[in-house]
Write a protein that binds this ligand. Structure first.
Ligand code: TK8
Length: 351
């Protein structure tokens, strides 16, 4: 998408100030037009951007970075309104809002996107990525790009992968060191069939649930535990309702920076280039912040009284073996070509 846009932008460079029509709110500013590049824009478009995490999270910090880049580089012709903590709904609801044109940006997990495009569940294959470097190589390569381009059929534009990160298990019942410790735990999973089946294979009793309902469910004991990266566990204050954390690192979870296709198509080529580059630049910014703070957030969780259990390689191998049949069962649903391509890309990234 980015490469094509580059061409689009260079051929359209002579198109001066043509204002596209499309979705999103447009308001005409009161200020009189003075002409010239620094003139107030003739038409202001608003991008309503909603996420589920709170305003302390690197995901939100990245969204603010995106806002700053776009508003500055379009000289205010595009305004970004940021909403956090599920103010506009959960991941699935906000993704549907983009399809309907009532919202312009959201940044959901690929696990949720898989409900719209099953192939995205390939990133929910447990233990797929051994580390962040391999994840970066695969998501930034042909496999990742190909999946982003499939979003167009769902009236969505994907402007890069942001980092949720390696998911780790928390619960309020017992420390989890081996697969046996999963037995009977009521674990909330994202609304994704592969996640559900994987946790069943580990011996847990999983419940799919939107992120916006998770804290209350743990507080009321509806679920015993959940799984998310350390930044989320700490910044969403899960330590107030969870006692134990284990470094299961069972899935590397990407987010996708989604834009409503109707809105994006209504931008001028220059605005599309600015929005695209800002999404990628802000994505790198939040990825770096995520990685720089992970160890600190784990230490903070322990300081807040959570027990921390390291999973040994032998214990992790038992978990890998237990979920393997699930992967085989889902390969056809995801698309064998996509599954084969991603495993090939993982192998190549490790050479
Ligand atoms: C927040 C979600 C969250 C995800 C989940 O909107 O649902 O557990 O990991 O980050 O996208």
């Amino acid at each position: 998408m980015k490469k094509k846009l580059g061409l689009l932008f260079s051929t359209a460079i002579l198109a001066l100030g043509i204002v596209g029509c499309g979705g999103g709110d447009t308001t005409t500013p009161d200020t009189p037009q003075t002409g010239g590049d620094t003139a107030a824009p003739t038409e202001v478009k608003t991008m309503r951007a909603g996420i589920g995490l709170n305003d302390q999270h690197p995901q939100y910090k990245g969204l603010v970075k995106f806002k700053e880049l776009v508003e500055e580089q379009t000289n205010g012709a595009i305004i970004v309104e940021t909403y956090h903590s599920g103010q506009l709904g959960d991941d699935r609801t906000m993704t549907e809002a983009l399809q309907l044109g009532s919202q312009e940006i959201t940044i959901p997990s690929t696990a949720v996107i898989a409900n719209f495009i099953p192939e995205f569940s390939v990133f929910d294959i447990p233990f797929l990525f051994p580390n962040e470097e391999v994840a970066d190589a695969v998501l930034g390569g042909e496999v990742g790009e190909d999946l982003l381009e499939r979003l167009a059929d769902q009236r969505l534009v994907g402007l890069g992968y942001w980092e949720n990160g390696f998911r780790d298990l928390t619960n309020s019942v017992r420390p989890v060191a081996t697969i046996d410790d999963f037995k009977g735990l009521k674990i909330r999973t994202m609304e994704n069939q592969l996640h559900l089946e994987a946790f069943r294979a580990l011996g847990a009793n999983p419940t799919p649930m939107a992120f916006t309902e998770l804290f209350a469910a743990m507080q009321q004991g509806t679920v015993d535990g959940q799984e998310n990266p350390y930044a989320t566990i700490y910044l969403q204050k899960f330590f107030e309702v969870q006692d134990h954390v284990s470094d299961t690192h069972h899935i590397y979870s990407p987010w996708v920076f989604l834009v409503s296709k109707a809105f994006f198509d209504g931008l001028t080529p220059e605005q599309q280039e600015i929005v695209t580059n800002a999404a990628y630049e802000a994505g790198a910014y939040q990825r770096n912040m995520n990685r720089e703070t992970a160890a600190e957030y784990l230490a903070n969780l322990q300081a807040e009284g959570m027990t921390f259990t390291e999973i040994t390689p032998e214990a992790r191998q038992e978990m890998v073996d237990a979920v393997k049949p699930v992967i085989d069962r889902f390969a056809d649903q995801i698309g064998r070509d996509v599954v084969d391509a991603v495993f090939q890309a993982v192998a190549e990234a490790q050479q």
